[in-house]
Every structure is written in C-alpha cells, then in structure tokens.
Design a protein around this ligand. Structure first.
Ligand SMILES: Nc1ncnc2c1ncn2[C@@H]1O[C@H](COP(=O)(O)OP(=O)(O)O)[C@@H](O)[C@H]1O
Ligand SMILES: [Mg+2]
Length: 221
C-alpha cells in the first residue's frame, strides 16, 4: 500500500500573518521501502511527516494510504489506524519518566499489540532490538539517568518494538554519533527489507545513501 500525497498545502500563522510551508506537495511514497525526506532546516519536513502520520491536518490536499483517504478520518478513525499498524516518533521523543527503559518499551508493545502484560511474550525480540541499538546495559535505567542520544535510541526502540507496518520517524539520527547513526539506519533498513514502509526525515548523507526513495523538500516561497 503506497502512501499518496495529493497536492498537500500547509499554512501557518505567525504574528497574525499567514505563511505557506508546503505548497501543493504531491508525491507517492512506495510501500515496503525506505524513504528519506530531506531538505534544509525549517523547510517543512516535520510538518510533512506529521501530516503523513495524521497528527496534523493539511490546509488543503489529501493523504491516501492506498485507497483509503486518511485526511477525512476523525480522531477515532485515526487512532484505530495508528494502533498496531503505525509507529510514529516525533522530533521531541519523550519517554515516560517513571518507567524504566524496558518498561517504556513493554508498555508500547502491550498497547500496540493488545498483549495483556505477558512478560515472556517478547523477551527475545526485546533483547535483539536493545542489542542492535546498544541499549542492553541500560534497560533498567530511568530516562532521567540517560543521555540525550540514549533517550533517542530508546525512543526508536519503543517505536519499533511492536513491528509496525508503517514506521514514521522525524530525524531519528540527529545528534547521534557515527556508530549509532549507522546502527539506526541499518535497523530501519532491515525493517523495510522485512516489508515495513519506513519514512524518515534526515539530512544525513548516510541516510540518503541507504534510501530506496528520496524526496527533497524545497522552500515554498
Ligand atoms: N505549529 C506551528 N505554528 C506556526 N509555525 C510553525 C508551526 N510548526 C512549524 N512552523 C514553522 O513552519 C516552518 C517549517 O517547520 P518544520 O516543519 O518544523 O521544518 P523542518 O522540520 O524542515 O525543520 C518553520 O518556519 C516553522 O517555524
Ligand atoms: Mg523538523
């Protein structure tokens, strides 16, 4: 199921004046591929990702998941769509402060899959994912004792643990060191190889190299 953006326009207001961030953006994001949206800071990458994820509504234009138009869905329809199908990580990826890293992942998994707290259900997958992101030794830590890079990787793990068919992440590699940039990109790429549609924003050269499909946003005006 491709994701089709049909003439997406987004206008914001600043100091009572309206300005256009996205001006009739039309693009088809291919199913089961690794897509990287690039462009300068402030060009509208986060805005576009939030619209694709149904977190923000376009001023004009439509978003389709395959045949299904999502821009006209109400909040219930959107949250139904999100649960179990989508994994979304916005730019401010916050963890729940009173849960450990592992408990944060577990909660995301349980909510998304309807697991009723069975501890054994997922332990191999947890280990694998935490290992791939270099987080194994931190799983019992609370977010307050993690560095910003570790929180970012934990948020990535939390988004991926339910194995969403559609993964949307805003700048997942920003502020990570080279080794972790590579680890995150490899992980996202492996999800697309296993059939998930993965869409991220990044201006990382390495992300563009890994991308199956690239879309560069340009300033609207
Ligand atoms: N909720 C908002 N209200 C007003 N302006 C916004 C809002 N969100 C983003 N903007 C503005 O829209 C432009 C694009 O922002 P954004 O999508 O975050 O860009 P990027 O992610 O590419 O850096 C920026 O000028 C930003 O200040
Ligand atoms: Mg952004």
């Amino acid at each position: 199921m491709d994701i089709i953006l049909d003439e997406i326009t987004k206008k914001y207001k600043r100091d009572k004046r309206e300005f256009t961030v996205l001006d009739k953006v039309s693009v088809t994001i291919p199913h089961g591929k690794f897509t990287v949206i690039s462009g300068d800071s402030g060009v509208g990458k986060s805005t576009l990702l939030n619209i694709i994820a149904g977190l923000s509504r376009p001023t004009q234009g439509k978003v389709y998941y395959g045949e299904k138009e999502i821009t006209s869905l109400g909040d219930d329809g959107l949250s139904e769509l999100r649960t179990g199908f989508m994994g979304v990580m916005t730019q401010n990826c916050e963890l729940i402060p009173y849960l450990t890293l592992r408990e944060n992942l577990k909660l995301a998994y349980d909510i998304s899959t309807g697991n009723k707290g069975d501890k054994r259900a997922v332990s191999d997958e947890f280990e694998e994912l935490l290992g791939a992101l270099g987080l194994s030794h931190l799983q019992n830590e609370y977010p307050s004792s993690l560095s910003s890079g570790e929180i970012k990787r934990a948020a990535i793990a939390r988004t991926l643990i339910p194995h969403p068919k559609l993964v949307i992440m805003d700048e997942p590699t920003a502020n990570l060191d080279r080794k972790n940039v590579r680890a995150v990109l490899q992980l996202l790429k492996s999800f697309s190889i296993e059939g998930s549609t993965v869409i991220i924003s990044s201006h990382e050269q390495e992300a563009l190299v890994e991308a199956d499909f690239k879309y560069e946003l340009e300033y609207a005006t």
